[in-house]
Structures are given as structure tokens and as C-alpha cells.
Design a protein around this ligand. Structure first.
Ligand SMILES: Nc1ncnc2c1ncn2[C@@H]1O[C@H](COP(=O)(O)OP(=O)(O)OP(=O)(O)O)[C@@H](O)[C@H]1O
Ligand SMILES: [Mg+2]
Length: 398
């Protein structure tokens, strides 16, 4: 599916000429029911139950392609078009059906070995540190959301900068594609990208040309950008989306208990949209998150990710970053298949990098420590935020 995605989406985009030779499949898999040349050629009018009037309405709502429609929720479509929710849901289902028939989306049921085969083909992007990549079993995964949370200066934005540089590189290091950076904190620094690329022997101008930055000013603006993200991913042929940070604007604007429910509902919609986009477009999505302090914690680190379960449940992988002297520690807090573990890395002119201690191993030098799912005692002073802890994060305590 991923290879096909490159092929189909690279055709109308001048910036991706190089992807044609490397990713074009030998034969073009086409469903018997789809005579169209590529997924992008599919028109909204090709959908069951959609005529010119409905298609026009959707285009006016900013939904211009079948893939964009497939990432839209029924609620969103109903609000945008004025249709009832059932009608909206049925149009979305026909979009998903059409994409399934054209082998772009997975079938409703797959056998375990088919899922395994598909997962083996999933591409990953290096973080810049091979030790951190090892912890993540090969780097940042596509088709998923990876959340990094941690206090100020823990390296979240540095990691995002490094990932944008790496994503431009060919496989297996990168994703051979562009990056979209949604900047809510004004932290994107082209000078830093330049430095990281140069230190890694890469062409900084080429890297910079393939990063698309959107400076976001308020939470509604962020919601709008995410709503239209599919369009931008298609336009830029992006393979990585960074949201740095996902919560700061909502947190600042929705202050006080009275606004909490509204804030959480809006964050929930935002996160679900990001999830659908990551899956359907097969991109790697990185979100950064702030921390909050829980003063009632008696043992270990009292920091918890902000945003409560809304963020926690939508993130496929959740990683805690913290400072450790001049180094950083990354610790897997939640994952469907990674062992709980942590690793040390550093931030230098190359961005995120392995610690240079001569040996390149050892607990103090980037060694990955497998942990059980058991709650940590916190006696080592590390983060005590485990799966159990996160489950305790009540929506009212964020
Ligand atoms: N060019 C550089 N060389 C080495 N280290 C750097 C460089 N630039 C930044 N750093 C390190 O990165 C730290 C900042 O990290 P970063 O901006 O990623 O923090 P953050 O986790 O995003 O914090 P916040 O929550 O405030 O956004 C600096 O304190 C510094 O230690
Ligand atoms: Mg930051």
C-alpha cells in the first residue's frame, strides 16, 4: 500500500520526480471495479450516492478528494454540509469502500500473517540516534502517532528538528519525503535545520526546501490546519507531520475548570483527525506534549503528560523525555508492542545523537533497558509515569 501511495501521489507533484524511479511498482495493481489510473484520479462523483450537487457541496467544504473524504468524521461532514449524520456517514463509508476496492486501504478483515506482512513493510524514520532508534525498534513508525512529552528543555523540539532532516533522506534512514511542521510555539528554527544537516554531511538547502512550516496562532487555527491536513499532505507529498506542541494553545485559551469539557472535546476531535490521517495517508505523525505536575505523587517523578486520556489514548506510542545532566533520557511509557525501556541520548550540533563515551554502550551511554509493565518504584528518581499511572489521569486533573 505504501509503495502505491508514493506512485499515485507523486504523479501530479513536480517536487517528487525522484520518487518515481525508486517507488514505482513493476505492475500497477488495479481493482477490476476501478478503471481509473490512480487513486488521485478518483472523483467524488465516482462514489455511490454522490452526484454533482453533493460533490459540489463537499468541495465547498474543503473536501476535494476521495482520500480526504475518507479521513473526515461523520459529525464534521454533517456540520460542514448541513446533511444529517446518517447521510454523511454513508458517503464516508462509500469513500472508504472505494479505497478498499482499489487496495489503497486494508480490507475489513485480514489474517494475522497478512497483518504481519503489512507491518514488516511499514517504513520508519531515524531519530538521529541509533540507540534511540533501537529502543523504538527501528525508528519512528509511519501510519501512527508518536507522542513525546517532557519538561522544557528536555529535547522535544530538538528531536522534531532532527526528524525533519532525517525524513528527507532515503530509506532505511528516512522516508524520502517532505515534512510538515505545525508550529504552535514559534520554535521552528531554519538555522538549526541548517546546522543539523551540515553536521550530518547533508545539503541544508535541499532539506529546508522540503520542510513546510505553518505558524499557528490560536487553537481554532490549529483545528483548521489539521482539518485540511490531507490536502497539504497531498500537495507537498509529505511523509512526516510534526505538531510542536499539540496542546499549548488549547491549554492557554481554555483556562479554568468551566471550559475543560469543551477543551477536551475539541482536542479529542483534533487527535482523532490526526489518527485517521496518519493511517490513511501512511505518514509518521509526531506530537509533542507538555507536562503537568501531580503534587500528590509521593515516589518518583511527579510529572505527567498534559491533556489527559484524550491525548494518551489517541497516541500510538508515548515517550517521556527528561534531562539527565547534560544528556537526555527517553523512556517508552505506552506502546502496543514495545517493551518498557529507556535509553540515553544527547543533543548536539547533529541534533539528536548517541552519547559519545567511546564505547557507545552502558546504562549511562545509551543502553536500552527492557522493563516489565510493572509500575516503577521511582526510587531511581526516573519517571514513574507508567501505563498504570496514565490510566489514573482523570480528565478533570489535567
Ligand atoms: N545547537 C545546539 N547544540 C547543542 N544543544 C542544543 C542546541 N540547540 C539546543 N540545544 C539543547 O536543546 C535544549 C532545548 O531543547 P528543546 O528546545 O528541544 O526543548 P523542549 O523539550 O522542546 O522544551 P519546551 O517545552 O520549552 O518546548 C537546550 O536547552 C539545549 O540544551
Ligand atoms: Mg519545544
Amino acid at each position: 500500500m505504501y509503495l502505491r501511495w508514493y506512485w499515485t501521489l507523486s504523479l501530479p507533484l513536480p517536487m517528487v520526480r525522484y520518487t518515481l524511479s525508486s517507488h514505482r511498482p513493476a505492475t500497477l495493481p488495479m481493482s477490476t471495479t476501478i478503471e481509473k489510473r490512480s487513486i488521485l484520479d478518483l472523483e467524488l462523483e465516482d462514489l455511490e450516492g454522490v452526484g454533482p450537487a453533493r460533490a459540489k457541496k463537499m468541495r465547498e467544504a474543503g473536501i476535494g478528494s476521495v482520500i480526504q473524504l475518507a479521513t473526515t468524521s461523520a459529525e464534521e461532514l454533517a456540520i460542514e454540509t448541513g446533511w444529517d449524520k446518517d447521510a454523511a456517514a454513508s458517503v464516508i463509508m462509500s469513500a472508504q469502500k472505494l479505497l478498499r476496492e482499489s487496495n489503497f486501504l486494508d480490507k475489513e478483515f485480514m489474517t494475522g500473517d497478512q497483518v504481519l506482512e503489512k507491518r514488516r513493510a511499514i517504513r520508519r524514520c531515524s531519530t538521529g540516534s541509533s540507540k534511540l532508534d533501537e529502543l523504538l525498534l527501528g525508528g519512528i513508525e509511519t501510519h501512527a502517532i508518536t507522542e513525546f512529552f517532557g519538561e522544557f528543555g528536555s529535547g522535544k523540539s530538538q528531536l522534531c528538528h532532527t526528524l525533519c532532516v532525517m525524513a528527507r533522506q532515503p530509506a532505511p534512514t528516512g522516508l524520502d519525503g517532505d515534512s510538515i511542521w505545525i508550529d504552535t510555539e514559534g520554535t521552528f528554527r531554519p538555522e538549526r535545520i541548517d546546522q543539523i544537516a551540515r553536521a550530518r554531511g547533508l545539503d541544508p538547502d535541499d532539506v529546508l526546501r522540503h520542510i513546510h512550516v505553518a505558524k499557528v496562532h490560536n487553537s481554532s487555527h490549529l483545528e483548521l490546519i489539521v482539518k485540511e491536513l490531507g490536502k497539504y499532505i497531498e500537495q507537498f507529498n509529505a511523509k512526516l507531520v510534526v505538531v510542536d506542541s499539540v496542546i499549548s494553545l488549547h491549554r492557554a485559551e481554555f483556562a479554568g475548570r468551566g471550559t475543560l469539557a469543551d477543551r477536551q472535546q475539541r482536542l479529542n476531535q483534533l487527535m482523532h483527525k490526526l489518527t485517521r490521517i496518519s493511517e490513511v495517508y501512511g505518514i509518521a505523525t509526531i506530537i509533542t506534549n507538555q507536562v503537568q505536575s501531580t503534587p500528590d505523587t509521593f515516589f518518583g517523578d511527579p510529572t505527567r503528560p498534559a491533556g489527559g486520556n484524550v491525548i494518551g489514548h489517541a497516541s500510538t506510542y508515548r515517550i517521556y523525555l527528561r534531562k539527565a545532566g547534560s544528556d537526555r533520557v527517553a523512556k517508552i511509557i505506552d506502546s502496543p508492542y514495545h517493551a518498557y525501556g529507556d535509553v540515553r541520548f544527547t543533543v548536539n550540533e547533529k541534533g539528536v545523537d548517541n552519547i559519545d563515551d567511546g564505547s557507545g554502550s552502558g546504562a549511562a551511554a545509551g543502553k536500552t533497558t527492557a522493563r516489565t509493565k510493572k509500575k516503577t518504584s521511582g526510587k531511581d528518581g526516573e519517571a514513574a509515569a507508567t501505563e498504570d499511572d496514565n490510566d489514573k489521569t482523570a480528565e478533570g486533573d489535567i
